[in-house]
Design a protein around this ligand. Sequence first.
Ligand SMILES: [Zn+2]
Length: 480
Amino acid sequence: MLPRPEKIIFTDGFASQNAPVEERLCPELSREEYRIDITADRIVLTGSGDAGLFYARTTLEQLRMIYKEMLPCMKITDRPAYPFRSFHIDCARHYFSVDELKKMIRMSAEFKLNYFHWHISDDQGWRIESLRYPKLHEVSSVRGGDHFGNYHSDQTEGGYYSRAEVKEIIEYCGRFGIEIVPEIDMPGHVTAILAAYPELSCLGEPVEVGMRAGIFKELFCAGKEETFTFIFELLEELLELFPGQYFHIGGDEAPKERWRACPHCQKRMREEGLKNEQELQGYFCNRIASYLLSKGRIPIVWNEAVYGGNLDKETVVQLWTEDKDAQIKAHLDRGGRAVLSMVDQCYCDYPYSMHSLKDVYEIETSPAELGERGEDSVLGTECLIWTEFIRDNERLEEMCWPRFAASAEVGWCGSNRPGYVDFCRRLEVLFPLFEKYGIHATGKDGWIPDEETAAEQTEAFQRNFSKEDLEEARRMQEEI
Ligand SMILES: [Zn+2]
């Protein structure tokens, strides 16, 4: 079974595949906990509500696939190690259709992933219909071409999800116990938004929707009050659309060049007693986080947002790079919580040669950054796919699967997962699941590619990046 249940006790005898199934509610169980009891004459599934019962049914379906004829009698007790087990899809760099997303969602639910981190805004595109700010879907959702690294195309790229489609996706996720975590990345990665509303940047000058990959220097101006008015009005509309508990507000890769030279930003720093631009980013994130908290939502940020040292502890930090001046550790020691998604293991846009299935499976669940509370500060895990260089659905699926399934087991089993060899054995047995849901998963030979294939994959990946882009990225990194 995938992920492997916490406890399985085999008892004597066998039940027919079609033995009657009885579902029972037991309020004492935690929300996602479930039990399966297979005896010779019936199968009893128990959960405290929809989530637990859905997982019990999912596990039973896997058992039916594993044992093709009779089911051995057994008792399963199962519950997740972490409450937050997420998968991330970047729909800003390339748009994926509602049906393509539904396939990814359905497949993720099979492995008990329970949050869909939906990246819907970045330099290269905004993807949601907005009634309050319609230029977002009219202007920010379309770019003049792709000039990502060494790939060049002058064909217009774009697309957005109508409010009805967003509701359809939310409803579809809800059927499988999945909640959406929408992400509006800010104050950086906002070039597409600024293409429609340039007055929100420090310079206030026109920009076009980004057509290259990398880090862009235009940010939301943290000094102008109208920036915050825009963000709060936009969030108000989005919170009405997205009912989930968490909301991701980005905070990564924000070079401070513009803020340093901006009279509005500098005035804000003086007035608020902020020592530097890192603290200004902390101020910016805290204001948005406070707004979300006042609406009963929990904000999430990428780890750069803690580097100012003044981020409120209620804000969850998503770890993807290393700590800087032990600020992540300090945030977690103050009581903050973390989502583990290290770039070296969880980013599935890298080829299998660089991040193999084994690398994803063996992520450290108590890295040094976690500080004195260790795993207690872990809210959960996430596997991710960025799509600068992924232009079609088949490629998306090959890159994600089965690596997302490995991440799902990390999130479900935590440090008690049974090991990579055991995982692969179960994955082989359940591999037909990918076919069942129409997913193009990478086959066994590709999980840890042989030397020759690995060299080809790594070389092909590196060919994506032009020398100029790499130099620009290095320069920008110094500004973050
Ligand atoms: Zn400014």
